[in-house]
Design a protein around this ligand. Structure first.
Ligand code: BDR
Ligand code: CA
Length: 311
C-alpha cells in the first residue's frame, strides 16, 4: 500500500476523499492527516477531519493542525459552498479523539525524514500552505517526496472562485507557486476532471442504499453540495473534487492526462491564483506536472461506492 499524508480543509468532498482512503488499506496507508485553513477556518477543518475519522471508525489516525492562514494573504473561505461548519448536511457527533500536539508542518517534515526517500506521497486537498511551509522550512524533504497528488487549478474550465482561479490555488497562490516550482513530481486534478465526477441522483441513491452511517452521511453531504451547485451553476450533480485524488491512488487507469508545464499567477489582481497550463505545449517551459483531464466517471463511482460500503 502506498504511504500518504492527506493535507485537507474538510469540506464535504474532502471528507469523501478521506473516507475512500481509510476504506482502502490494501492500496493506501494513511500515515496521518494534516489540516489547513481553507473552506472554513482551521479550528473547524481540524475538528472536521477528526469527525470523519470517527465516522469511519478510524480514531487511531493522527490528525495534526497546521497553518491558520495563507503565506502572504488574508484567508478566503467558502462557507457559501460548504455551509457554516464546512460539513453541513449530515448531523455528525462532535469528535472525542484528540488533536495531536505537533504542528502539521513539523509532522510533514518529521515523517518525510523518518521514511526512505521516494516512499511517502503527499495528497493536498486544500490550499497548499502547509506543504509550502514544510518545503521552505526543510528543503531537504523535497527530494524525499515520492509524488504530490493534489486537487487544484483548472485550464479549459477556468475558475470557480474568480473567473480565472480555482479555490485551492486562489487561497494561497504563493504556496502553490513554491510547490509547483519544487521539482517534486506532481499529479494535478483540476476542475476540468473533477467537474466530470458528478453525483447524479442515481449515484447519490447508491450511497444511501449502503444503509450504513457512512453511506447515509455521504449521501447527505453530497445532497447539500448539490443543492448549492444547482442554484449557482445550474449543474445537475455535486462535483466530487477531492475524491479524485484518492481514487487516482487506487485506480490510476480510471484517469488520463498530459505531462505539461504549469505556472501559477501570483502578481495580477485580475488573474491571481490562475494555473497557467501549457496544455498544447506552446512554450519550451519544462513539464512539471501531470495534469489530469478525463475520468471514467462510472468506474470512479463504482469504486467509491463499493469501498465506502466497507466502512
Ligand atoms: C476545491 O475547493 C474546495 O471547496 C473543495 O474542497 C475542493 O478542494 C474545489 O475548488
Ligand atoms: Ca478541499
Amino acid at each position: 500500500a502506498r504511504k500518504i499524508i492527506i493535507d485537507t480543509d474538510p469540506g464535504q468532498d474532502d471528507a469523501v476523499a478521506i473516507l475512500l482512503a481509510l476504506a482502502s488499506p490494501e492500496d493506501i496507508d494513511v500515515l496521518g492527516i494534516t489540516a489547513v485553513a481553507g473552506n472554513v477556518p482551521l479550528p473547524l477543518t481540524q475538528k472536521n477531519a477528526r469527525t470523519i475519522c470517527e465516522l469511519a471508525n478510524k480514531a487511531h489516525v493522527g490528525v495534526y493542525a497546521g497553518c491558520d492562514r495563507p503565506l502572504g494573504r488574508d484567508l478566503v473561505t467558502a462557507e457559501h459552498v460548504h455551509g457554516k461548519t464546512g460539513l453541513n448536511g449530515p448531523d455528525l457527533a462532535d469528535p472525542t479523539m484528540p488533536l495531536q500536539d505537533t504542528h502539521a508542518v513539523d509532522y510533514i517534515i518529521d515523517t518525510l525524514r523518518a521514511h526512505p526517500a521516494g516512499t511517502v506521497t503527499l495528497c493536498p486537498l486544500g490550499p497548499l500552505t502547509n506543504i509550502a511551509m514544510a518545503f521552505e522550512k526543510a528543503p531537504d524533504i523535497m527530494e524525499k517526496v515520492q509524488e504530490i497528488v493534489l486537487m487544484g487549478g483548472a485550464y479549459f474550465e477556468v475558475g470557480n472562485i474568480t473567473p480565472t482561479a480555482e479555490f485551492n490555488i486562489y487561497v494561497d497562490p504563493q504556496a502553490a507557486r513554491i510547490v509547483f516550482k519544487s521539482g517534486v513530481p506532481i499529479v494535478m486534478m483540476p476542475l476540468d476532471v473533477t467537474h466530470k465526477a458528478l453525483v447524479t441522483a442515481p449515484r447519490n441513491d447508491a450511497f444511501r442504499a449502503l444503509n450504513t452511517p457512512v453511506g447515509i452521511a455521504v449521501a447527505q453531504m453530497t445532497d447539500f453540495f448539490e443543492r448549492f451547485d444547482k442554484e449557482k451553476y445550474g449543474s445537475t450533480g455535486a462535483p466530487l473534487h477531492d475524491p479524485c485524488v484518492t481514487a487516482y491512488l487506487i485506480a490510476p487507469d480510471l484517469f488520463s492526462g498530459r505531462h505539461v508545464n504549469v505556472e501559477i499567477e501570483t502578481q495580477s489582481e485580475l488573474t491571481m491564483g490562475m494555473t497557467v497550463v501549457d496544455w498544447w505545449r506552446v512554450t519550451d517551459r519544462a513539464p512539471n506536472a501531470t495534469v489530469i483531464g478525463d475520468v471514467n466517471a462510472d468506474g470512479f463511482f463504482d469504486l467509491l461506492t463499493q469501498r465506502l460500503g466497507r466502512l
